[in-house]
Structures are given as structure tokens and as C-alpha cells.
Ligand binder design. Structure first.
Ligand code: TGC
Ligand code: FAD
Length: 395
């Protein structure tokens, strides 16, 4: 059986349309050719491959599932397949695409004025403008409703003060979708502001020292009396459901995407185990190694089917529920992380170097386990859906 055939043991390919297979294969070839030979150096140097952005745009990657404004208008399944191929290379590349598409273009598309859509979306789809999404703050991560960033109305402007932390793409973004409480209100006053690079009082500083997602820029955003025109407020949504609905969109793609990292680790470990000889035979011939490979493949097949079903539901119904998303994000990120760890072990000492991919994927997936709702947050979202009881807060 060929390598591709064993990875797709359940012929999940047959469940995809010809168009979906074609875009998946196009992005896969691009990643193999343009990024895999260089990803190790980017990870080691802590740099993001900005030169790939316009090329990815040409393939229709950014805002792929959005309609109009220069976006490709593909299915959510196609979008998920694209993300999976980017993730197979590195979660950093996939994070860039997730944030650009689901967390910046999506809110502008769903909640923006016509003028905002015309101004930002075509440039973002073309990869000429970069976006980021500022929700998390130093003291409010899992509990964003407590945020302290505030916007005070002042004539035809809002005056923004506060800070956001751990913001992907922050230091390279042309526009930041920043969520803030308006006029000292509660969580139901939260609105989205399009803060533009260069606005006086707005700074974005890269966070150094990450051992995870090194080939991705993560930043701290600060706002000190930033005067944002009222025309830059997203007019069609108010309250915490604004940012959370964007997360729903992003999490669904990520939940499917992480299977790309799992596939990279599985295929790499299988190849390595077939070629590495100890005690006179390939380590793939030992039963203990075979059990590891069997467990990996089993979880990949299950995760692929789960992710595909989630995105098909999204295509069929136009949306998916938070608990449907949580189940898939919670399962697939955990199994991808487990697979990366086991693959790392199969490579022995070689597995701790960046010459082979598993340790890079393993480190990246630690961030994915935490961002877009931690594993525990998704457990509690499911727990609430199952029992009707909210286990999040103090009350
Ligand atoms: P709660 O009272 O439950 O809800 C407030 C309002 O929001 C609605 N809602 C949702 N709407 C759409 N999608 C969802 N997933 C939603 N979840 C809740 C809800 O119906 C309600 O609406 P309304 O009309 O009644 O006002 O809010 P809560 O304060 O109890 O919080 C719930 C909780 C903990 C689940 C939520 O805050 C949460 O998900 N926390 C995790 C925060 C998080 O995921 N942050 C991610 C930041 S962005 C990021 O990580 C990007 S990583 C880079 C990359 O993607 O590559
Ligand atoms: P905390 O919320 O402080 O959680 C710490 C621990 O406590 C976790 O294990 C958590 O699960 C647990 N915990 C919290 N509450 C509960 C509870 N009720 N019950 C049980 N356990 C609980 N944010 C953005 O807004 N935009 C971005 O672009 C972005 N990009 C990121 C990129 C990277 C590389 C990383 C690492 C993070 C990024 N984030 C971004 C932030 C991310 O969303 C947050 O880190 C995440 O929401 C968790 O918040 P926290 O780190 O403050 O952890």
C-alpha cells in the first residue's frame, strides 16, 4: 500500500468534491515546494515568511470561504482543507491564514459597513493588507468579558485606552480588529474597532522568547488615547457575542486544520521507523512501534472524519453551534499533540532536533491547545451543553 493510501485508509478523499480536492492539492504542492524546505530556518530564527503572503493570496487562501470583495467564495470544507495543508507545514503559517481570514476579514465581512468592506477586504484577500484580532488582555484570557480596554465617545471619534496581549500578526498588521467596552459599560457594551497602523497612540510590540509558534509573530498592542473615527466601529454587532462568533468561525477551521500537523508527524515517523535499524531490523518491525503507528493512524482517521463532518454541517446549515465546534477542537488538538509527542519518541534522539518536524509541531500544538479557547474552556462549553449547568464562573 502506498504511503498516501495508508494515511487515507478510510478513503476520506472520496467524500470531497473534485474542486475541494483540487484546491487541497494545489496548496499542498505549494507548501511542499515553497515552505517545507525553509520552515526549519524560520522556526529557528523566529521569523514569519512574509514573502509567501502574496503567493498564498494568488491561490485564494485568504478569506477563502467568504463571498465577494475579491474572496474566493469556496466551501468551508475547502477552507479547512487549505488550512490543513498550511498546518502540515507549520502551525505558524496556518495561524496567519486563520487570523487574516476568520478573525479579521470575517468580522469586517459579517459586521462591517459597506465602506469598511470595500476599504479592507479586497486588499486583505490579495495579501496586500494584513489584519489581526485583539481580544485577549494581560489579565483576561479565558474570560474576555472582563476586559479593561475601553472606548469613550468624543464627538465623531472614540478614544481608545488599554492593551491586548498575545496578538498573532500584531506587529505586521495594517489593521487590528480591537474589542473594547464602550463608555465604561459592561460586557454587553463591547464593540469592535478597526484600529489602523500608524494611528497616534497605537503601538504593537513583538513578544520574544516563545518556544512555540516561533515562525509566527505574536505581539502586545497598546492604546493610549488613540482617536478612532466612529466610521471605524463595526456597526452590526454589540456584546461579547461579536468576538465569540468570530472565534466560532476560526475554531472550526483550526479543529480540522490540526490534522495536517498530525499527518506530517505520522508520515514522518512511519518513514523514519522503516529506515532506522536497531537490533538488526527496522524499528517499524517491532510490535511496540507498530502499536504507536496504529494508534496514530486510528486517531487521524477519526479526527479527519470529525473535522470533515463539522465543516460539512457548516456548509449545509450556514453555521455550527459552539458545542459542535468545541467537541472537535478539543478532540483534534489533543490527539494531534499526542501524535506529535509519540512521533517525537519514534525518532529517538534525532526527534529532539529541528532537523525533523515532530518536535516543532509538538511545540506549536502547545499554543493551539491554549489559544482559541483552552482545552479546559472547551471541556466546560461541552459540560454546559450536556448538563445545562454553567461551570465557568464564581456564580
Ligand atoms: P456567555 O455569557 O456564555 O456568552 C456571552 C454572549 O456570547 C454568546 N456566545 C457565543 N456566540 C457565538 N459563538 C460562540 N462560541 C459563543 N459563545 C457565547 C452567548 O450566547 C451570549 O450572547 P448574548 O446575546 O446572550 O449576549 O459568555 P461568558 O463570559 O460566560 O464566556 C463564555 C466563554 C468562557 C465560553 C468564552 O468567553 C470563551 O470562549 N472564552 C475563551 C476565550 C478565547 O477563546 N479567546 C481566544 C482569543 S483569539 C485567539 O486565541 C486567536 S489565536 C491565533 C490563531 O487563531 O491562529
Ligand atoms: P488563562 O485564561 O489565564 O488560563 C490559564 C489556565 O487556567 C488554562 O489552563 C485554562 O484552561 C485554565 N482555566 C481558566 N479558566 C478556567 C475555568 N473556568 N475552569 C478551569 N480551568 C480554567 N488572543 C487574541 O485575542 N488574539 C490572537 O491573535 C491570539 N494569538 C495567540 C497566539 C499565541 C501563540 C498564543 C499562545 C495565544 C494567543 N492568543 C490570542 C491568546 C489566547 O487566546 C489565550 O492565551 C487563551 O485564551 C488563554 O488565555 P490565558 O493565556 O490568559 O490563560
Amino acid at each position: 500500500m502506498s504511503r498516501a493510501a495508508i494515511t487515507d485508509l478510510y478513503r476520506i478523499d472520496d467524500l470531497l468534491s473534485p474542486d475541494e480536492r483540487q484546491i487541497r492539492d494545489t496548496v499542498a504542492s505549494f507548501v511542499d515546494r515553497e515552505y517545507l524546505p525553509h520552515v526549519g530556518k524560520h522556526f529557528r530564527d523566529g521569523t514569519f515568511p512574509t514573502a509567501l503572503v502574496p503567493k498564498l493570496a494568488e491561490l485564494g487562501v485568504f478569506g477563502a470561504a467568504l463571498k465577494g470583495y475579491g474572496c474566493a467564495g469556496l466551501s468551508n470544507v475547502a477552507y479547512g482543507l487549505i488550512l490543513q495543508e498550511l498546518e502540515r507545514a507549520d502551525s505558524g503559517l496556518r495561524s496567519f491564514a486563520s487570523v487574516q481570514s476568520s478573525l479579521c476579514m470575517y468580522p469586517i465581512h459579517a459586521y462591517g459597513s459597506e465602506a469598511q468592506k470595500e476599504r479592507w477586504l479586497p486588499g486583505m484577500a490579495a495579501g496586500k493588507l494584513i489584519g489581526c484580532f485583539g481580544l485577549t488582555e494581560p489579565d483576561f484570557g479565558s474570560d474576555p468579558g472582563g476586559m479593561r480596554t475601553v472606548a469613550r465617545k468624543d464627538g465623531d471619534h472614540y478614544v481608545l485606552n488599554g492593551s491586548k496581549l498575545w496578538i498573532t500578526n500584531g506587529s505586521i498588521a495594517d489593521v487590528a480588529v480591537v474589542w473594547a467596552k464602550v463608555d465604561g459599560g459592561a460586557a454587553d457594551s463591547i464593540q469592535g474597532f478597526l484600529v489602523e497602523k500608524g494611528m497616534p497612540g497605537f503601538t504593537a510590540k513583538e513578544i520574544k522568547g516563545k518556544f512555540s509558534l516561533r515562525a509566527s509573530y505574536t505581539s502586545e498592542l497598546s492604546f493610549s488615547d488613540v482617536r478612532v473615527p466612529a466610521a471605524n466601529v463595526l456597526p452590526k454587532v454589540k456584546g461579547l457575542k461579536g468576538p465569540l462568533s468570530c472565534l466560532n468561525h476560526a475554531r472550526a477551521g483550526i479543529a480540522f486544520a490540526v490534522m495536517g500537523a498530525a499527518v506530517a508527524c505520522f508520515e514522518g515517523a512511519r518513514d523514519y521507523a522503516l529506515s532506522r535499524v536497531q537490533f538488526g531490523k527496522p524499528i517499524a518491525g517491532f510490535q511496540l512501534t507498530q502499536e504507536k503507528l496504529a494508534d496514530m493512524l486510528q486517531e487521524i482517521v477519526k479526527g479527519q472524519l470529525l473535522g470533515l463532518r463539522l465543516l460539512r454541517l457548516k456548509d449545509e446549515h450556514g453555521k455550527v453551534s459552539p458545542e459542535q465546534v468545541s467537541l472537535c477542537k478539543r478532540n483534534n488538538v489533543k490527539v494531534a499533540l499526542d501524535i506529535a509527542r509519540v512521533a517525537r519518541g519514534i525518532y529517538g534522539a534525532n526527534g529532539v532536533t529541528d532537523e525533523y518536524p515532530p518536535v516543532r509541531h509538538m511545540l506549536n500544538l502547545e499554543s493551539v491547545y491554549t489559544y482559541e479557547g483552552t482545552h479546559e474552556v472547551h471541556t466546560l462549553i461541552l459540560g454546559k451543553a450536556i448538563t445545562g449547568l454553567d461551570a465557568f464562573g464564581a456564580v
